[in-house]
Design a protein around this ligand. Structure first.
Ligand SMILES: [Zn+2]
Length: 93
């Protein structure tokens, strides 16, 4: 039986158990247009969403297929780690 969660990553991604390589996928429902800033609560408008992208998590160092979100007025990028099961915020360049 497959197991999935849509309550993670502010609804931007869907987490799916097993079947190997792509546990963080685009949700079956349309993703939100905004994600709240974890520090200020300000709504950040999403610019791009990339799901199932090979990456190394900056928080837990796990190599996985996670998801990336970039924002229109913010240089940070949020990484959806399949192991941490939350958005990890990465400082932009
Ligand atoms: Zn992680």
């Amino acid at each position: 039986m497959s197991y999935e969660r849509t309550d993670l990553y502010c609804g931007v991604f869907q987490w799916q158990a097993a079947d190997g390589q792509a546990p963080v996928i685009r949700p079956t429902v349309p993703p939100p247009s905004f994600v709240p800033d974890p520090r200020t609560g300000r709504r950040l408008r999403i610019s791009t969403i990339q799901a199932s992208t090979p990456a190394i998590c900056p928080a837990c160092s796990c190599r996985a297929h996670g998801g990336f979100v970039s924002f229109e007025d913010d240089l940070r990028i949020a990484y959806a780690c399949p192991r941490c099961m939350e958005l990890i915020w990465i400082k932009g360049a």
